[in-house]
Design a protein around this ligand. Structure first.
Ligand SMILES: C[S@@+](CC[C@H](N)C(=O)[O-])C[C@H]1O[C@@H](n2cnc3c(N)ncnc32)[C@H](O)[C@@H]1O
Length: 384
């Protein structure tokens, strides 16, 4: 099964899943009960998630939920980010969107603010707004080969001029049990789209089903298993590698289900929640800063290929120095500033393609000859 075949099988299964609860599509996940009270039963009953990425959101953030279904994660996220934040859910199944859209005003009324909206599109093509395309096609229906060419050009125009989700417009992309449903040929584009819509410094927090071995071809041909979150699952390492290939950094597993959710032909399928950051691109400048990897591993290799031994002082560019002071690195490093600051305007280019130690004299200056007395750090009577 490939491309549109996968998509129509998935759409049909979730059309049914929107109309009534389908028990075998559920992989039980725990949500913070505080946030469930405001969400109508119709939404909660049709829960087809496998994790809870909303736990990793913060107040005021703009969040995009891929494959939002009936809207549960969006409605939880709405409460976590609060009135100052914003939540957008994207789904391709009209029936799922209908449930989400009719419940949005109910949730808004209960919360006292409205910060959620739902848009129709495919998550591997987040620029194309299906509602806008439908409107345009209603005016000019496709009835010939030429018409099909015109429709393709129209879609391209919409992507450019009225994108469903604009470049760099989102703080956090979340998704709950959806990425596996996208055809294998389009998975690369899907991860690139996640990267495109995030702002620099933004992050993805994705819960999905992964497998402990590659899914063999015969399982990939089974429509039931496709729409049931099995056939399209990436391996655990393949899932992380897909973020890496799309240009993400600081990728880490936040949660991994210990017991498999399902085992099929001896292959284990379980939920994995992963966090990945965007924004290591940019110029590298020399400001004589250094970092010390604290351990516990003897050495680490970062996403730029810098191999650092525990306890050694490494020269880093200004961008890396700032990046390491944020999550997810902050607690793994000590930071050494130069005694005399190098102003940003005066900073020279830094060669990030190599890993170099930073001699303490580079930080302090070659002429540094200070001698000091020990500071009184002990209480009277206690000798160090
Ligand atoms: C397993 S359900 C998860 C729904 C929701 N995230 C939840 O936690 O309940 C998968 C959802 O993703 C949507 N979906 C699947 N493939 C999609 C695609 N390529 N583009 C947009 N939505 C998609 C389906 O319509 C369905 O609503």
């Amino acid at each position: 099964m490939v491309g549109m075949e996968v998509e129509s099988v998935v759409r049909e299964r979730y059309r049914q899943g929107a109309e009534e609860r389908v028990a075998d599509l559920c992989c039980p996940a725990d949500y913070d009960p505080r946030y469930l009270a405001a969400i109508p039963d119709e939404v909660l009953e049709r829960d087809y998630g496998c994790g809870d990425p909303s736990r990793h959101l913060r107040e005021g953030e703009t969040v995009l939920d891929l494959g939002s279904g009936t809207g549960k994660i969006c409605f939880i996220a709405a409460q976590v980010v609060g009135a100052a934040g914003r939540v957008i859910g994207v789904d391709m199944t009209g029936e799922m969107l209908a449930v989400a859209r009719r419940n949005a005003p109910v949730v808004a009324e209960r919360l006292g603010f409205a910060n959620v909206e739902f848009r129709r599109g495919r998550i591997q093509d987040l620029a194309l707004d299906f509602d806008l395309l439908d409107e345009a096609l209603a005016r000019e229906p496709v009835a010939s080969a030429e018409g099909l060419m015109r429709a393709a050009a129209l879609a391209d125009g919409l992507r450019r001029t009225r994108p469903l989700i604009a470049d760099g417009s989102v703080d956090v992309v979340v998704s709950n049990c959806v990425l596996n449903l996208v055809d294998g040929q389009e998975k690369g584009r899907l991860f690139q789209e996640i990267h495109r819509v995030l702002r620099n410094g933004g992050r993805a927090v994705i819960s999905d089903i992964v497998s402990d071995e590659p899914v063999p071809l015969e399982l990939q041909q089974d429509p039931e298993l496709w729409s049931g979150c099995i056939s399209g699952a990436l391996t655990e390492s393949g899932f992380l590698a897909a973020f890496e290939a799309a240009g993400f950094y600081g990728i880490r597993i936040l949660e991994r289900q210990r017991e498999p959710w399902r085992t099929v032909a001896g292959i284990e399928f379980r939920s994995l929640s992963v966090e990945a950051f965007k924004g290591k691109e940019g110029i590298c400048l020399e400001r004589r800063q250094a970092v010390v990897y604290k351990g516990p591993f003897r050495e680490v290799l970062d996403d730029d290929g810098h191999r650092m031994r525990r306890g050694e002082r490494y020269a880093v560019c200004d961008k890396t120095f700032n990046l390491y002071q944020r999550e997810p690195y902050r607690s793994s490093f000590e930071f050494v500033e130069p005694l005399e600051e190098v102003p940003l305007e005066a900073a020279q280019p830094f060669d990030c393609s190599r890993t170099a130690l930073r001699h303490p004299r580079e930080t302090k200056g070659q002429d540094y000859q200070v001698t000091t007395e020990a500071e009184a750090c002990c209480a009277p009577g206690n000798c160090c």
